[in-house]
Design a binder for this molecule. Structure first.
Ligand code: FES
Length: 163
């Protein structure tokens, strides 16, 4: 039986494509988790559950692998997350400037959370929306054709008004 995707987020298609390429064999667990991390910026419980079901691997094993390898990061602690896509399509359309603007505005480095715990900043390798490059995902909502001013306005609305 096919596991149901946790949501209609396009990034699950990238994860599915990796698992399909390997015939949903349990031994592609690490590859599948890599794709989750590259598309979402981190590993979330839903993702671990989905991969476990899809590959018919016990969830405890998936957790074990996800926490054992240092190149995987679990969902960060921030109340909000901002994932800047740094894949080729987004990079050539100015993703670096977007990343830099969040870093300086929120005073946080990629992979870290602001000292007040409001925002975790992450990067991804492709969030499955290359046609909308540059793309940024804030709290699981994909924003396309992002400009610095739009990003700063969105962060202001979703994060800073709570400060
Ligand atoms: S490279 Fe950014 S969405 Fe694909």
């Amino acid at each position: 039986m096919k596991a149901e995707r946790p949501s209609d987020d396009k990034r699950w298609r990238l994860v599915d494509a990796t698992m399909r390429r390997h015939g949903h064999e349990p031994n592609c667990l690490i590859e599948a988790l890599h794709t989750v991390q590259e598309s979402f910026g981190y590993l979330e419980k839903d993702a671990l559950r989905y991969v476990a079901l899809s590959l018919r691997v016990p969830l405890s094993k998936v957790y074990g692998v996800a926490t054992f390898y240092h190149f995987f990061s679990m969902k960060p602690q921030g109340k909000h997350t901002c994932v800047v896509c740094m894949g080729t399509a987004c990079y050539i359309k100015g993703a670096q400037n977007l990343l830099d603007s969040v870093r300086s505005r929120m005073v946080v480095e990629p992979g870290d959370t602001t000292s007040d715990g409001q925002l975790s900043l992450l990067t991804a390798r492709c969030v499955g929306s290359c046609g909308l490059a540059p793309a940024v995902v804030i709290d699981n909502k994909v924003l396309g054709n992002v400009t610095e001013s739009r990003l700063s306005e969105t962060l202001g609305r979703s994060v800073e008004h709570e400060l």
